[in-house]
Design a protein around this ligand. Structure first.
Ligand SMILES: [Zn+2]
Length: 384
């Protein structure tokens, strides 16, 4: 068994990252290429690999991969990394060619999140898989950047259960044990069109929307009373980011639509905002009998929180030398929690340089991540 492992073990973490970055795995494209590369690497290491393919809304083949060290149903530790990236500027010629300068590795996905995948492979290659006492899994997902769709599919399919999961994301190697949720809704307010010279013949959807929005602003104020320390800001935020209404300057507008986005703190019911808005609509109706409005929730991604006392949080705090924090961006952690895991978001690189031209991961953080993941595997999977 050992000799089969060694050739892969000779590959450096930089070479692995360079291979991963060379796959153009922007979310709009198929991730089949990078997945078959990862499948080969995992199979060579002795993992049993399952793939979960499907065709996405744009007709591209998308695949989630779950590689297990042993067939037991419950995984002790899952290392989770998404294979897709955000788009890149075609003029950025390092995007698919990992380039090293001054201790930094540049390329699309170099930081978010192929660095974590390379570190996970390095960690696994430095241990003897057959000697693990408890099941380890590598989970590589699709479509994280467009709404964590791949991880949600795994959770919906109950593809596995896990006790602990490290979700790779650039956190500069700080363990992140909680994150806000993300919800999105479309609101539409209807009125009645009429010539603007005769407003009494119609009803302005825009005036109605304005009254409703004023109520929504006071809902946003009330949300500030439900505080969670350790978040910035420490409450659920709410935003109306887009508004659209009317058809001409001299027509009483018949419709007004706006988008509503809110980011929930852990422990707060995701329905709280839509329920408050429904109440606001009912109030408007009591003053204006044919007030006509509705909101349609399009997305409701859960917040997540893993307790500070969690063994995984405490181990990663000690291994990284950093106390745990919270993230403001959406991650696959809620899906891992749905699969039973205590989840922590953790990885090399800084989220502030991700998603932009010139994205990079510092080489020392990349190596350190591989070492911390190796220690975590030893801690969680090496003892009976
Ligand atoms: Zn990411």
């Amino acid at each position: 068994m050992k000799s089969a492992v060694r050739p892969a073990a000779r590959m450096t973490i930089t070479q692995t990252l360079s291979d991963l970055v060379a796959f153009d795995s922007v979310s709009s494209r198929s991730n089949a290429g990078i997945i078959s590369y990862l499948e080969r690497r995992c199979t060579k290491l002795g993992f049993k690999v399952d793939t979960f393919p499907h065709i996405d809304a744009g007709g591209a083949e998308k695949i989630n991969l779950v590689a297990r060290s042993s067939p037991e149903s419950e995984i002790e530790l899952a290392l989770v990394g998404h294979t897709d990236t955000v788009p890149y500027d075609p003029d950025w010629n390092e995007a698919l060619h990992l380039t090293e300068r001054e201790g930094k590795l540049f390329g699309r996905g170099a930081c978010d999140t192929k660095a974590f995948i390379a570190a996970a492979l390095m960690a696994v290659e430095s241990i003897e898989l057959s000697e693990l006492e408890k099941p380890l899994a590598l989970v590589f997902t699709c479509d994280e950047e467009i709404g964590c769709l791949g991880a949600k599919r795994l959770a919906d399919a109950r593809a596995f259960t896990a006790r602990h999961a490290i979700v790779g994301e650039p956190t500069s190697l700080q363990p992140m044990r909680a994150g806000k949720g993300y919800c999105l809704a479309q609101a539409s307010v209807r009125g009645r069109e009429a010539h603007s010279a005769y407003p009494q013949l119609g009803a302005s959807a825009i005036f109605r929307a304005a009254r409703l929005i004023e109520k929504i602003e006071s809902i946003a104020e009330q949300l500030k009373n439900d505080l969670r320390e350790n978040f910035d800001p420490p409450y659920t935020t709410l935003n109306i980011g887009l508004i659209n209404g009317g058809s001409a300057k001299n027509i009483i507008p018949g419709e007004c639509r706006f988008t509503l986005e809110w980011r929930t703190v852990p422990g707060q019911n995701a329905d709280r905002v839509p329920h408050a808005i429904d109440r606001a609509i009912a109030e408007q109706r009591s003053a204006d009998a044919d007030f006509d409005a509705e909101i349609q929730v399009e997305r409701a991604d859960d917040s997540f929180e893993t307790p500070t006392e969690s063994r995984l949080v405490q181990f990663l705090e000690q291994a990284s030398g950093k106390s745990s924090g919270t993230v403001a961006f959406g991650t696959e952690a809620p899906s891992m929690i749905a699969l039973g895991a205590e989840a922590v978001v953790f990885g090399p690189g800084d989220i502030r340089v991700a998603h932009r031209t010139g994205e990079f991961v510092p080489l020392d953080e990349l190596n350190k991540c591989g070492e911390i993941l190796r220690q975590t595997i030893q801690e969680f999977c090496s003892r009976p």
